[in-house]
Design a protein around this ligand. Structure first.
Ligand code: 6GU
Length: 238
């Protein structure tokens, strides 16, 4: 998979892309990631990428030309089937399912604006989808695009170390069950007996119950999208 990020502030990405799992994923060749300053594609000598809105109003808008030219160049260079994502607080809410889905594209192009809005033709003609990472406004799409890159790349088959993603919070629509490591008794704070029992069936049952309880307490909204057995429905009824 190849990921291109278009941003006016490429330096924001340096640490994130060169650390931990994102670093390892690139070293292993599971993904290549490039950040490009789309100011390079500005067509005027002052390298302007923004301009005043027609009809007046506060603030500036990102002009269409630099982003259209940059996306076209990246599509040509990749020779792959490209999927263009606009990072914006107006986008569809970003979820685990979306991370899985974006991971199926061989070439992702993530567009990040900063401070300002986009000329609407970018939305209408250049972009395949628009994504938001939550109901708050960031100064730019950069942090959001790093969230997307991180969550997509860690799920790629070549990056997964073991089956740990099966139990990820959200993988089955539930929050993850509680986990413990040694010591079994830390200053009187004890690990639940069942986990020390070696009884795998009871452990599985306990974990499922705990995931259900935890989700019902912290994120009841998630339960609307989960298949529950009749017994499980009874179990979490208040
Ligand atoms: Cl994707 N961009 C910006 N600028 N703000 C956001 C966002 C994206 N998602 C939530 N807030």
């Amino acid at each position: 998979m190849h990921i291109d990020v278009l941003s006016l502030f490429p330096e924001m990405f340096t640490g994130v892309l060169n650390t931990s799992i994102l670093k390892r994923a690139q070293e292993r060749g599971a993904v290549t990631i490039a950040v490009t300053d789309f100011r390079e594609y500005a067509d005027n000598k002052h390298k302007n990428v923004d301009d005043y809105p027609f009809g007046g109003g506060a603030g500036m808008l990102l002009k269409p030309e630099p982003l259209f030219a940059a996306v076209e160049a990246l599509k040509q260079a990749s020779g792959k089937k490209s999927h263009v994502v606009l990072m914006s607080p107006q986008g569809a809410p970003y979820t685990h399912q979306k991370a899985v889905e974006l991971g199926t594209h061989e070439h992702l192009i993530l567009l990040c604006g900063h401070y300002e809005g986009f000329d609407e033709r970018i939305r209408e003609y250049l972009v395949d989808e628009e994504v938001s990472i939550g109901d708050y406004v960031l100064t730019g799409g950069e942090l959001a695009s790093m969230v997307v890159v991180d969550s997509v790349v860690r799920l790629l088959p070549e990056v997964i170390e073991h089956d740990s993603h099966d139990d990820d919070s959200f993988a089955h629509g539930l929050l993850e069950y509680p986990q413990y490591t040694r010591p079994a008794d830390f200053n009187g704070m004890k690990v639940p007996d069942v986990l020390l029992s070696g009884h795998h069936l009871n452990i599985e049952k306990w974990r499922r119950e705990q995931a259900l309880i935890r989700t019902a307490m912290k994120r009841p909204d998630l339960l609307l999208n989960v298949e529950l057995s009749d017994e499980e429905k009874q179990f979490i009824e208040p």
